[in-house]
Every structure is written in C-alpha cells, then in structure tokens.
Design a protein around this ligand. Structure first.
Ligand SMILES: NC(=O)c1ccc[n+]([C@@H]2O[C@H](COP(=O)([O-])OP(=O)(O)OC[C@H]3O[C@@H](n4cnc5c(N)ncnc54)[C@H](O)[C@@H]3O)[C@@H](O)[C@H]2O)c1
Length: 440
C-alpha cells in the first residue's frame, strides 16, 4: 500500500466503528477527511485525541492523520459534507420491528446534507442497506446534480484498520460508471480487486456475504451438536472438512452462537428482503434458528453443570468475557449477554470479567450490563461461583492460571468453555471439570 497520488476531499457522516475506521484509513492513505457525528461527547473525545472504541491500530492512524492536517472531527453531518467531493454515510441501520433494516438514520442523514452538498458530489452508502436504498437516498436528496453510490463495508471489528487497508475486495455499485470510478479512485493506492456492479447487486453482495458467514458458524455449531451426540471430536471434524479447498477451514469454529452488531440484524434483514420480493429464504431462516438453539444449548450446559435445569436461584455463574468477540469493546447482540440474560431469568447471579469493561463503563455499556456484578480481574469471578463460563475468546483467558482459578473456586466446579479456548487436559489437571462444545 502506498499514499494516494491524488488527495480527494471526503466527508464521513457517523464516526462509529465503520465511520471512524473509514475516515481514519482514507486520511492515512492521503485523502483529506472531515468526519461528523451527532454525538457531541464522541466528537469532543476525538478532538481531545481519545478514541471512543477499542480497535487495534486506530489511535495511531487517527493521531498521525490529525497531526498531518488530513483528518478533522466536527459536530453534525452538514459540517462534514459541505466541502466534500465524496460523502460517506456510515450511520446505523438497526433492526426494525418486522426484521427489516431501519433506514431512518440513513434518510435523516441524507435529509441533513441535501442542501449543503457541492454540485457533482458523490454520496456513498457505506452503511449496510437493503436493496433499493441507493434509490431511496436519491429520492431523499432530491438533487439532480449529485450521484449516489453503494460501497458496502466488509471490515471485522477487532481488525477493522487492517481489514480496511487490506480488503479481499472493494465492491462499488452505481448506475453511473463515472461516479463509481471516482469512488474506486479513492482506493487506488490499496492493492485489491475492485468490483463495479449495479447498486442492487452491491447491496445484495453485503447481505449475502454476512448471511454466508453466519451460515458457516451455524453449520459448525450444528456439527458440534452432532459430535456430542455421536461421540466425535469437532476439532478433528473441522480439520477434516476444512482442508477440502471447496469448503475452507476459516469461520468453522464452534462457539456460543453468532452475535455482534451485524449478523443478527443482517441475517433477519436478508430473510425480510427476500420475503418482500416474493422469495422464502428457508435456508437463512434455518441459520437463524440454529443460532437461537445454540444459545439455548449453552444455557442448558451451564445449568446442567450445576445439576439444575429450570431453576437456577442460588446459583452463581462466573463469566469470563462479555463482548461478542475478542478484540472489540462492542457488546451489541453479544451471545454472552443473551446467555447471561437467560441465566438471570432462571434465577442465577452472574459475576463477570471482561478486559474492556474494567474501569469506567461507557453509558451504553452501563445500561446493557445492568444486573451483572463486574469484577476487575479474571480470577475474581471465582468468588462463590458454582460454575464458570468462558464466553469470549480473549487470549488472556487461554492463559488463565488454572491452578489458581481452581484454588479460588475451592471445589471441582465445571468450566463451560463455549469457545473451546482452554486445553481440557489442563483444566482437568487443575482439578476442575471441563465441558466444551462438541469436544470431550
Ligand atoms: N460494525 C461493524 O463491524 C460493521 C461492519 C460492516 C458494516 N457495518 C454497517 O455500517 C453501519 C454503521 O455501523 P457502526 O457499527 O459503525 O455503527 P455505530 O453505531 O458504531 O456508529 C454510527 C454512528 O453514526 C452516528 N450518527 C447517527 N446519525 C447521524 C447523523 N445524522 N449525523 C451524524 N452522525 C450520525 C452515531 O452517533 C454513531 O456514532 C451499519 O449499517 C452497519 O451495519 C458495520
């Protein structure tokens, strides 16, 4: 990757996981970027040099680009869009009541910037939006002199900066070839294939990609359940199937079920988009059902480890990890929280540790974590715990001092390792009971 030969003026609306990464990475490769957000607290933090999210490498490139005068943070979308040649919309598209994607943030942002856009500007939907949203934004903008293009984002939280700068591909959907090429030019210094399509195909690619990834996880979780039933070892099975190049070994790791800010809403939106267009996407419905079952299976495993089923009153669960995966502070739709919520409904008390919730909780985290006792050290979850559950694959948990943990627990309780992170032999050596997913 080299610096871009031509610096382009960009506006980014929304400085969340996607917007902040997009803005910082484009500035890093040489463009001039103004990022705007309606959250005043976020903008102040960013202007004070603090990064509101946990994302490896982000702080460095934000601070370098600010120092080089290529990255600015402003309040609101208009200030971000006013001088820009290309404006990226990176606002939320949460799940609506009927499972469809809620487009109100996109429409609101488009409404806000419509009057300040320069003639000839390109507005880019980087948010994940259903088929037809490029046209929907055009309708809101009501500007014949600007173009709307779809450029879905495929980054993973935890490796967002790396993924943005080293993508497997860039997808650009536009009815106007010249507008698509202007967006493609932004990525010129990044060595990656660029696929230019019509808008509907670009929008479908994003949902189909997330749907396929969710399917791989649901598949391996179903295979893990099979392994438990027939006495097979899921690790051996995954090695055996994953080495077939038609299948591939990635994303075939059993766990507590998929979650996060994207898969749950995008898989449901995919079903809804299909349904709205007369297609019953039964396979995707199955993928979602298997995931719901997986969460229930984890609750049942934790209950069974204490010898209880429907009533967990008096039981204390020690939880290792709360975020939906390692490397991020994102708690949205975390399987850990879904499982904990069910355990609490059954009467259990939960004491939890997560490396990103130590210290001051953000207001968002504070609300979501209501009712969970948070401790400041992984071993502290052991105090009075009747069962331990590993929910997130943080590397520090794989190195946890098992003899110390066993000493703090004081009796041979079960570790329910929903991530298959620990070595079962070492857990047993420490005098504890091991229960993984699809393995003995
Ligand atoms: N998080 C991911 O891993 C990921 C990956 C690929 C795609 N996406 C998609 O990208 C989009 C954004 O996701 P995210 O995780 O970055 O969301 P986020 O909630 O982290 O950030 C969205 C930001 O937009 C701001 N905002 C909302 N309305 C605004 C407005 N009118 N003007 C200015 N700012 C406004 C919010 O204050 C917030 O800071 C979603 O559609 C999501 O599906 C997310």
């Amino acid at each position: 990757m080299r610096m871009s030969e031509r610096s382009i003026r960009l506006g980014v609306v929304g400085t969340g996981y996607v917007g902040l990464t997009t803005g910082a990475c484009f500035a890093h490769i040489g463009h001039h970027v103004v990022c705007g957000d309606i959250d005043e607290r976020k903008v102040t933090m960013l202007n004070d040099g603090h990064i509101p999210i946990v994302e490896e490498g982000l702080e460095t490139i934000v601070n370098e680009s600010r120092a080089a005068g290529r990255l600015q943070f402003v309040l609101g979308s208009q200030a971000a869009a006013a001088d820009a040649d290309i404006v990226f919309l990176c606002v939320p598209t949460p799940q609506g009541d009927d499972g469809s994607a809620d487009l109100s943030y996109i429409e609101q942002a488009a409404k806000e910037i419509a009057s300040v856009l320069k003639p000839g500007a390109v507005v880019v939907n980087k948010s994940t939006v259903p088929v037809g949203s490029t046209l929907a934004v055009e309708r809101v903008l009501q500007r014949d002199d600007v173009f709307v293009v779809s450029n879905p984002e495929f980054l993973r939280e935890g490796t967002a900066v790396f993924d943005f700068l080293h993508p497997d591909r860039v997808v650009i959907g536009s009815a106007d070839r010249a507008a698509a090429e202007r967006v493609a030019e932004l990525y010129a210094s990044i060595d990656t294939p660029i696929l230019i399509t019509d808008p509907a195909s670009a929008e479908t690619i994003k949902y189909a990609a997330n749907g396929f990834l969710a399917m791989k996880i649901s598949f391996v979780n179903a295979v893990a359940a099979m392994c438990e039933a027939v006495g097979a070892d899921v690790a051996a099975v995954v090695e055996g199937i994953g080495s077939d190049q038609r299948i591939g070994g990635q994303f075939l790791r059993p766990g507590p079920g998929w979650g996060g800010s994207c898969f749950p809403k995008d898989s449901r939106a995919l079903v809804k988009i299909a349904e709205d267009h007369g297609y019953n996407f039964t396979m995707m419905r199955g993928v979602i059902d298997v995931n719901d079952e997986q969460l229930e299976r984890m609750v049942a495993k934790i209950g069974a480890a204490t010898g209880r089923v429907d009533d967990l009153s008096g039981v204390t669960v020690g939880a290792l990890g709360l975020t939906f995966k390692a490397g991020t502070d994102d708690l949205r739709e975390s399987p850990a929280l879904a499982i904990i919520s069910e355990l609490r409904r059954l009467g259990a008390a939960v004491r939890a540790y997560d490396p990103t919730t130590v210290g001051e909780l953000t207001p968002h985290q504070g609300v979501v974590l209501e009712g969970i006792e948070l401790v400041g050290d992984a071993l502290d979850i052991a105090e009075g715990a009747d069962v331990v559950a590993v929910f997130t694959e943080w590397p520090e948990f794989s190195k946890i001092d098992l003899p110390q943990l066993a000493a703090r627990l004081g009796r041979p309780v079960t570790i329910v390792d929903t991530r298959n992170l620990l070595d079962p032999a070492l857990v047993r050596e420490a005098g504890l009971v091991y229960e993984g997913v699809g393995r003995r």
